[in-house]
Design a protein around this ligand. Sequence first.
Ligand SMILES: Cc1cc2nc3c(=O)[nH]c(=O)nc-3n(C[C@H](O)[C@H](O)[C@H](O)COP(=O)(O)O)c2cc1C
Length: 180
Amino acid sequence: MNSIQNIKSRRSIRKFKPEPIGTEVIKEIVEAARFAPSWKNSQTVSYTAVYDREKIKNMAKNGMCGFAHNTEICLGAPLLIIVTTKDKRSGYERDGSFSTSKGTHWQSFDAGAAAQTFCLLAHEYGLGTVIMGIYDEDVIRSVAEIPEGMSVSAIIAIGVPDEAPGAPRRKPAKELLRII
Ligand SMILES: Cc1cc2nc3c(=O)[nH]c(=O)nc-3n(C[C@H](O)[C@H](O)[C@H](O)COP(=O)(O)O)c2cc1C
């Protein structure tokens, strides 16, 4: 698959086959995902792969802010990836001041670039993913044992797809591009 086909054919997958996902493929995905760009090459994004069924159930039932849709996705996923970022580095100067008027914005920006890179790589390996933004950070942090000084920037459910949804409507490129 070339990169244009990969980008266009990736879909958010919310139903997975019960097949387990080995650690080898996750290691291979992270091996390539580490080449995602980041603020001053600070590389503050890291991943926690949660295989433990009890932890997944706990996060699904108690860590999705009551959003049943995400609870269901997590319960049906063989694996959850917690995307974490180190705090106070991306978008900061060495003396702790913000580099730009956008403050902490660049931490999430780096997480987004990394998460999409991860999902495109998973797609290349035949795996389906969905990025989830609705979760209770305190619950996820506690269950996944995320250390102080790191934020939970997204959760990715991953597995062998058990659905093939069409692409949700996209705006035409001409609406998105202004040439001056
Ligand atoms: C930052 C972010 C947060 C998202 N949060 C959720 C979520 O909590 N639950 C969910 O089912 N999908 C979530 N999605 C997936 C979007 O709904 C999906 O990307 C969008 O509808 C376009 O569909 P596609 O990914 O198949 O192209 C999220 C996507 C992004 C980028």
